[in-house]
Write a protein that binds this ligand. Structure first.
Ligand SMILES: Nc1ncnc2c1ncn2[C@@H]1O[C@H](COP(=O)(O)OP(=O)(O)OP(=O)(O)O)[C@@H](O)[C@H]1O
Ligand SMILES: O=c1[nH]c(=O)c2[nH+]cn([C@@H]3O[C@H](COP(=O)(O)O)[C@@H](O)[C@H]3O)c2[nH]1
Ligand SMILES: NC(=O)CC[C@H](N)C(=O)O
Ligand SMILES: [Mg+2]
Length: 510
């Protein structure tokens, strides 16, 4: 039986990741591809259904993103969301125009047809609208199935060709029955099977790795984080002792981290793990470098050079296994998404690298990886370990990296983490750490003037790192952290708390 697969075409909407998450939560596999994917590539992907995302453009403008018109021929069931619906209307002979009022926020929508997309949906249902264009004229053979005060065509369909369009965003939780509407598309309309489970992922992935690597050898970059640990376990399941894991101490790790990682992994879980000390190599390459993207690229480069040395010494690995996740790929920039930051393991790889990559988690979100980790027997404290970026403290020190700044940051970070771990017993805070913004301030300590570094405390809540909200930590906790930082860390005389969410900020400062 072939697996149900949904293709999501990306027109640049803010919530595209959420569309994919919702579909996968319903246990249907999906991938996001750029809007201009060719029909041949679509045929190769062989989707059971296609979803068109929203996007900032207007279809009637020159240069607006367009997909192949063949998508609307009836060969595949299609759900167009916002821009996606407007494009469908534009292609099939309807009309799209700028509305006199922009509509952004939740509204009450009236459903007029309760078959198909709106099966068992309330007659009046709350949905999120985010648009300034509307559809005064639907194409021939289309019916309007929902409307609101402001939007006469909130949903349309051509039932016989299985073409559906909705103006609202079903993927956000603000659309109260959004999940049910997506499920109606997947299961009532497209008859898909809910066959995407982490058990099936493990089974098919291990088989794919066996086919890819065969009896050749591989090295895995093991960081101690959940992603690379899970990648290593999957590859180990497939090729056994032909896998060597390399943990690199690049001098940018947190306090005691190298020791803790080796204690957790050396001789455990059946993995063969070695540590390579490369502090000097990294720090000398980073000397004098202040630009964040430059730092990231240098680090990505050095990682690979170390893996090559390790492979030569310990097993001539032809493959490099990395714990790359879907968000790493998307945030590093794709055809449709701009580069926010080059993740060292994606855009930061050197061009002359000879390894072939094996990245079994490349299409997964973090929470999916954690489920896979639990199923593979990874201990719970490693499954729930908070993310730590591969470039380490280098991207938490603004400006040039020096031994002195690293030492200050390690001590500060250890205090921030200790205090928040003690307070946050039920693990509501997703990630927390200290940052050295590179600012100096004047203070008074013991009646003397000081001129020292500022430490910023960062703590956020998140599901998958794609969006994040700054954590509302209690004042008492912030007060305790501030006092400890200034009293216990030499060279620090001021503490600030970062109250920026993502977007518009990012979690890390660089
Ligand atoms: N110190 C390191 N030594 C070896 N490989 C590393 C190191 N740091 C990062 N990597 C490699 O880069 C990949 C990406 O790093 P990233 O931090 O995203 O993942 P992770 O460390 O496995 O998990 P987490 O995101 O939870 O920290 C890792 O999966 C791993 O393959
Ligand atoms: O392995 C990594 N290599 C990187 O280059 C990198 N940059 C950010 N991060 C982690 O990703 C999540 C989102 O971070 P940002 O909001 O800063 O983009 C957060 O959890 C960050 O810690 C990285 N992880
Ligand atoms: N969110 C969207 O997809 C917006 C689509 C289109 N640009 C509009 O404003 O109507
Ligand atoms: Mg990490």
């Amino acid at each position: 039986m072939t697996q149900s697969k949904v293709l999501i075409l990306d027109f640049g909407g803010q919530y595209n990741q959420l569309i994919a998450r919702r579909v996968r939560e319903s246990k249907v596999y999906c991938e996001i591809k750029p809007y201009n994917i060719s029909i041949e590539d679509i045929e190769e992907f062989n989707p059971s259904a296609i979803i068109l995302s929203g996007g900032p453009a207007s279809v009637y403008n020159e240069g607006a993103p367009r997909c192949s018109e063949e998508i609307f021929s009836g060969r595949w069931p299609v759900l167009g969301i916002c821009y996606g619906m407007q494009l469908m209307v534009h292609y099939l002979g309807g009309e799209v125009k700028r509305a006199s009022h922009r509509e952004y926020g939740t509204i009450s929508m009236t459903v007029t047809n309760h078959e198909g997309l709106f099966k068992d949906i309330s007659a009046e249902t709350e949905v999120l609208m985010s648009h300034s264009d509307f559809i005064p004229q639907v194409p021939a053979d289309f019916q309007i199935t929902a409307y609101s005060d402001n939007t006469p065509t909130a949903a349309i369909e051509n039932h016989s060709k299985k073409l559906y369009g909705i103006q609202f965003h079903p993927e956000v939780i603000l659309t109260v029955e959004g999940k049910e509407i997506i499920n109606n598309f997947l299961f009532t309309i497209c008859n898909l099977t809910a066959d995407w489970t982490m058990d099936s992922f493990i089974e098919t992935t291990v088989a794919q790795i066996k086919a890819q690597i065969g009896d050749r050898k591989a090295v895995c970059g093991l960081s101690g984080g959940v992603d690379s640990a899970v990648a290593a376990l999957l590859v180990h399941k497939a090729i056994g002792p032909n896998l060597t894991c390399i943990f690199v101490d690049h001098g940018l790790l947190r306090k005691n981290e190298a020791q803790e990682v080796m204690e957790a992994f050396e001789g455990k879980l059946g993995l063969n793990v070695i540590k390579i000390d490369a502090q000097e190599q990294f720090l000398s390459k980073l000397k004098g470098i202040t630009e964040p993207e430059e730092k990231r690229k240098i680090i990505g480069n050095e990682f690979v050079r170390i893996f090559e040395q390790g492979a030569a010494k310990y097993g001539q690995g032809e493959y490099l296994v990395q714990g790359t996740l879907y968000p790493d790929v998307v945030e590093s920039g794709t055809d449709t998404a701009t580069t926010i930051k080059t993740h060292h393991n994606v855009g930061g790889l050197p061009e002359d690298m000879t390894f072939e990559l094996c990245e079994p988690l490349r299409n997964l979100f973090k929470d999916e990886v954690r489920i896979v980790g639990s199923k593979l027997g990874l201990p719970q404290h490693l499954v729930s370990r908070q993310p730590f970026p591969g470039p380490g403290l280098a991207i938490r020190i603004m400006g040039e990296i020096t031994e002195e700044k690293l030492e200050i940051l390690r001590d500060a970070d250890a205090i921030v983490r200790e205090e928040i771990i003690n307070y946050d017993k039920d693990k509501k805070v997703w990630q927390f750490f200290a940052v050295l913004p590179g600012a100096y301030s004047v203070g008074v300590m013991g009646d003397d003037r000081t001129y020292q570094q500022v430490v910023a405390v960062r703590a956020v809540g998140s599901e998958d790192g794609m969006t994040a909200t700054w954590s509302r930590l209690p004042y008492e906790l912030l007060d305790k952290i501030s006092k400890r930082l200034v009293n216990e860390v030499d060279g620090v005389n001021r503490v600030v708390y970062d109250i920026t969410s993502k977007p518009p900020g990012t979690i890390e400062w660089e």
